[in-house]
Design a protein around this ligand. Structure first.
Ligand code: GAR
Length: 213
């Protein structure tokens, strides 16, 4: 299955996908293209270093959100992309994009949705005072971080955490969860019934870290 990754920033999740792909542990998924809406996104350099084709499509050059989304979908389609992975892509996508990839766009979010959607999820968790947060991989729908949940991992907040401590602890789990989900989708193990997503072979959380995959 041909994967297109979209990113806006540093791209450590992209790097994790690249590392798995190189080791052969992302198969049957293959990284086909990496796109960014920001020309300076370091994710583009990571992709180039791995020999993956890249493109930049700046949302600022489009008058309307839908126009950007249509152009973005066309770019990915032209490259044969079958599954779109948002890995730190900081744009909300409209139906103009999603219609081109029904149930074929996934996002990783640094919280246990539906808690703390949107931006600054780690700060939201710290400010609220929860004891557990985590990361979620979900299908993208037209809401902000509201689509059907595929897999989650819980991460504890420690008493002296600042935002950076928590960001790093969650990222370590993101780097494990996202490749696992991409591999499962590419292998045809993921089915969706309404809001319920089933991953074949994934049982109830098997260890103390409360992983769903
Ligand atoms: C990740 O923590 C990801 O979950 C988050 O941005 C970071 C990107 O890091 N995404 C969102 O907050 C989306 N709402 P990375 O560029 O190093 O992969």
């Amino acid at each position: 299955m041909k994967i297109g990754v979209l990113a806006s920033g540093g791209g450590t999740n992209l790097q994790s996908l690249i590392d798995h792909w190189r080791k052969g542990t992302l198969a049957p998924a293959e990284l086909t293209v990496v796109g960014a809406n920001v020309a300076t996104a370091f994710a583009l350099e990571r992709a180039a270093a791995a020999g993956i084709p890249t493109f930049v499509l700046s949302h600022k050059t489009f008058a309307a959100r839908e126009e950007f989304d249509r152009a973005l979908a066309a770019e990915l389609r032209a490259r044969g992309v079958e599954l779109v992975v948002l890995a730190g892509f900081m744009r909300v996508l409209t139906p103009a994009f999603l219609a081109a990839f029904p149930h074929r766009v996934v996002n990783i979010h640094p919280a246990l949705l539906p808690s703390f959607p949107g931006t600054h999820a780690q700060k939201q968790a710290l400010d609220y005072g929860v004891k557990l947060t985590g990361c979620t991989v979900h299908f993208v729908d037209t809401g902000t971080d509201t689509g059907p949940i595929i897999a989650q991992t819980a991460v504890p907040l420690l008493p002296d955490d600042d935002e950076e401590d928590l960001r790093e602890r969650i990222l370590a789990e993101e780097h494990r969860l996202l490749p696992a989900v991409v591999r499962a989708i590419a292998a045809g193990k993921v089915t969706v019934e309404g809001r319920r997503v089933r991953v074949a072979g994934a049982d109830a959380p098997a260890d103390a870290r409360l992983r769903s995959l």
